[in-house]
Design a protein around this ligand. Structure first.
Ligand code: F6R
Length: 238
């Protein structure tokens, strides 16, 4: 695992984009693994700006997202599908037919997503990290062998996400579908971004702690090509 400490979130976004650009320029039909949440927004903005400047095209790229809520329609304002369109897909020339997010609540839905991904193989997987070290919706305790699966969201996560649902915990979906940890580890390259003091403990444990299912991101120590961009605040406990 290579950790690069940047002075601020702006530099994190720019440096992370250099890695993404290298993949897409060298392989115009690259398969991107994508994440939602606040962490990758700066990276997505860099992708959009450079696309608009005419320097890169996504017309032959395809994408697979980490996760999605269960129980809300794809066009719900807070679905991850909606997030991806707003934050990235609607602003670049990616073919919407080539963008994929997991969806559904059955084992068959999970198997189909896993199969679609293994048929192509992800060239670069973008990740954020939760304060408790989760990656995707894989909370502490998730098996390192897990593939795409359905999770019950933890009380804390429901509380955290209530801000997007009129502050009403009852409106927050209680389940999600997520790539598993083994699914994530299959990507050829991992690009993790983390900013802010709130991530400092998780970043330190991911990098220097024991590799344990209690800290899902610690498995990334075993990945052959994992690059992490953090700002000084997120790096403060390294
Ligand atoms: C997003 C995802 C999550 C987030 C993590 C950090 O698709 O799967 O693991 O990456 O919760 O979220 P932010 O970036 O909002 O701090």
């Amino acid at each position: 695992m290579k950790i690069i400490v940047c002075k601020d979130s702006n530099e994190v976004a720019k440096k992370a984009y250099e890695v993404m650009k290298d993949v897409v320029v060298n392989k115009p039909n690259a398969v991107l693994g994508l994440a939602t949440g606040s962490s990758p927004i700066g990276l997505y903005n860099e992708m959009i700006a450079d696309y608009k400047a005419g320097n890169v095209s996504y017309k032959d790229v395809s994408s697979f997202n980490l996760d999605e809520y269960v129980g809300i329609p794809k066009d719900h304002p807070e679905s991850y599908e909606t997030f991806m369109h707003k934050q990235l897909f609607d602003h670049i020339d990616i073919n919407p037919a080539n963008t994929h997010l997991p969806y559904g609540d059955t084992q068959a839905d999970c198997d189909a997503y896993e199969k679609a991904m293994s048929d192509v193989s992800v060239d670069i997987q973008v990740l954020g990290i939760g304060r408790n070290g989760h990656i995707g919706f894989n909370e502490p305790g998730t098996s390192f062998d897990s593939l795409t699966h359905i999770v019950d969201l933890q009380e804390k996560t429901i509380e955290d996400n209530a801000r997007f649902f009129d502050g009403n915990m009852d409106l927050v979906p209680k389940k999600a579908i997520t790539m598993g940890i083994a699914t994530i580890m299959k990507a050829k390259k991992i690009l993790l971004v983390a900013t802010g003091e709130g991530k400092a403990d998780a970043v330190a444990a991911m990098k220097n702690g024991p590799i344990t299912e209690d800290m899902p991101a610690s498995i990334l120590q075993k990945h052959d090509d994992c690059v992490v961009f953090v700002d000084e605040a997120a790096a403060s406990k390294l």
